[in-house]
Ligand binder design. Structure first.
Ligand code: ADP
Ligand code: MG
Length: 303
């Protein structure tokens, strides 16, 4: 047992996660050594271009897909070493899932309340407790007044809010949502995002939400960017109180340093300073300096 095991106190740990799809004779590396830690109670957004591996990551974390290599642990469950029975139990009570396609989240012939109660019935929750929990969840997500409507009688955004209630029914440790606002217009999408925030702050769920909208970083504590199947950068948002008592939101961008010490510099930094192929590094007392190999002629470069 090592003392500083990577992510020992995190709720979600991905360590050098690899997922290779084999299609005919071709290998697709959807995840190429991805590292990610999420603490209990966090709300994290995952952003990245189409094809960067976001859905693959969520499918692995939600127990639908098995990674090829690496380590993945959620709430103490080792996702590479789960039996079939473990996997069913995991998906039923440890994680909740909201899909992009509104129609995939709800059964069309059941009311909103019946949809929310269903996973509890599968888990053997008594009828009285089911009713109370259903009412509590629909109320918290602003759907209390429409509990008796079927999905077809609800807007897309309302269906997604009911879907969040369904996903939370068995009080999972983590709520995963894969582009839950992708089929909605932006105002409706904002409502669904607000519902995810309510799930996080009011109902205490840890939330991991995938979105292709990079603007969400203002709405969550941390935004993790994925590029080519790897975590490439993070934006962490925190509130600071200045000398006049004014609250200021500060967003700081971090690059991810992998366990081999590799770092990816943002493309705009590289372009602006002409950093390519080889850079000069200098160790200072509290930071590391990075300079272009050949300084630009007009400014003489760094001494
Ligand atoms: P994202 O959700 O970020 O758009 P995905 O995780 O869906 O990305 O896909 C990552 C890469 O893996 C893409 O190149 C995609 O084509 C490939 N991929 C995803 N699922 C499969 C699959 N079932 N079979 C083969 N390749 C896949
Ligand atoms: Mg996707």
């Amino acid at each position: 047992m090592t003392v500083h095991e990577y992510g020992a106190d995190a709720l979600i740990v991905c360590d050098s996660l690899v997922r290779i799809y084999q299609v005919d004779q071709i290998e697709v590396q959807a995840l190429q050594g991805l590292d990610l830690l999420v603490a209990k109670g966090e709300m994290v957004a995952i952003v990245g271009a189409s094809g960067s591996g976001k859905s693959t990551l969520l499918n692995v974390l939600s127990g639908l897909d098995v990674p090829t290599a690496g380590r993945a642990r959620v709430a103490g469950w080792d996702l590479l070493r789960m039996s079939h029975a473990d996997r069913l139990a995991y998906r039923r009570s440890v994680v909740g899932f909201v899909w992009q396609q509104t129609a995939r989240n709800l059964l069309p012939y059941l009311s909103a309340a019946e949809n929310v109660a269903l996973p509890m019935a599968f888990a053997g929750v008594r009828a009285k407790r089911r009713r109370a929990r259903t009412a509590e969840l629909l109320e918290a997500l602003g759907m209390g007044a429409k509990a008796d409507r079927r999905p077809g009688e609800l807007s897309g955004g309302e269906q997604q809010r009911v879907a969040i209630a369904v996903a939370l029914a068995n009080s999972p440790e983590v709520l995963f949502a894969d582009e839950p606002t992708g089929e909605l217009d932006s105002a409706t999408g904002d409502d669904v995002f607000a519902a995810l925030r309510a799930a996080n702050t009011e109902l205490g769920a840890t939330v991991v939400v995938v979105t292709h909208d990079p603007e969400v970083s203002g709405q969550v504590g941390r935004t993790v960017a994925i590029r080519d199947g790897r975590t490439s950068s993070e934006v962490v948002r925190r509130t600071e109180v200045d000398a006049h008592g004014q609250h200021r939101v500060i967003a700081e961008e971090y690059a991810m340093l992998d366990r081999a010490g590799r770092l990816q510099l943002p493309a705009e930094y590289r372009a602006q300073l002409g950093l390519r192929d080889r850079v000069r590094l200098e160790l200072e007392t509290d930071h590391v300096g990075v300079w272009p190999d050949r300084p630009a002629p007009e400014d003489g470069g760094h001494p």
